[in-house]
Design a binder for this molecule. Sequence first.
Ligand SMILES: [Zn+2]
Length: 375
Amino acid sequence: MSLRFQVTDLNAIETRVGAWLAQCTDLMNVFVPVLELGRKGRNGKDPYLAFATKMYGTTYEALWADYSGINGPERKADAKRKRQVAKPGVLGAIYRLSGGALVKAHTDECIKAKNARDYVKGTPCDCPMVKTGLWAYADNMGVDMSMEQAHQVVEIFRNSYPEICSMKNNPECGEYPGIWKKLELAVADVMNPDRPATVRYIGPGNCVKIDRVNIGHTNNDGVWVESRKPIMRMQLPSGRCLHYLDARLESTMMPWKGEDEDGNEIDIYRDSLIYAGTNQKTKQWDVWVSTHGGKLFENLVQGIARDVLACKLLDFEDAELPIVGHVHDEGIALVEDDILSPTVLDMEKIMTTPIDWAPGLLLGADGYEDSYYHK
Ligand SMILES: [Zn+2]
């Protein structure tokens, strides 16, 4: 009996989960199936083309037509290029990447020399210059973009999706915070040392619970004695928790500068969540990681996306689709090459079925079958 691979991936899962978690209407609408586009539109619109329309002031229908090639090879190449520039915006700016700059990447030796007693301030070094932010992110993806373009992408993204990106918090003036800011406010409440039992909820239907696990004991005088810093916990809609060890708020210097009354450049300090992380080289829990709302949002989105895939892999098994592997956002089944076996269409149907712990999350799927596994 011969076998065949059936491979199905979750379409744009991080963007879909992010849009849903922040309840960002404009971005969620991108994923409503487009019936008139037939099978091509079953997953909704292409999120990169949809964002490109905001950058280039065109309609989705016009850009889609160019992209499909019906207006000739030149228009097709132009639409492809616009989609390329929009892609890092959708994937990176959503987690609060900045536009970026060219900065010196000091080597360990250089940092050591700078800290030495005999270091003369201002001594130049020949450490290499590297790109940062979205500019670097795009470069890593192989997308050629200028620094100005990277800044423009970030600005347009932040203005387009306020439910994710707004840092304003004046509800009395109709200015509501986006999810990055909401997360920072919730974490500040939960980690307030004076109120150790604070619980906050975030997301549609309050599906994410944020609280802390205090570690210590009550002594003979009835006073709480902390034996180590608390764990901050974010419970995902599936019930699984993300844990931040030795969590605390600490005043941290921000990567951007401010100005004093006389117009002098000054460092800006904000309370940030700090927690214990592992050193990439030594694998020891000996580094402090500082985080912000954009990164916490990334942790939530990626955690939820993982749970969606895990859920679907179990559903495949239940439907006689034996899973032999999974890679990133795809599930791989090996079935008997037989007319009676469930098909790729069955897999896509399972993948796009709503999940009970994530009502309203629009899922899309793309699959293929073949005698061997490939990309
Ligand atoms: Zn240096």
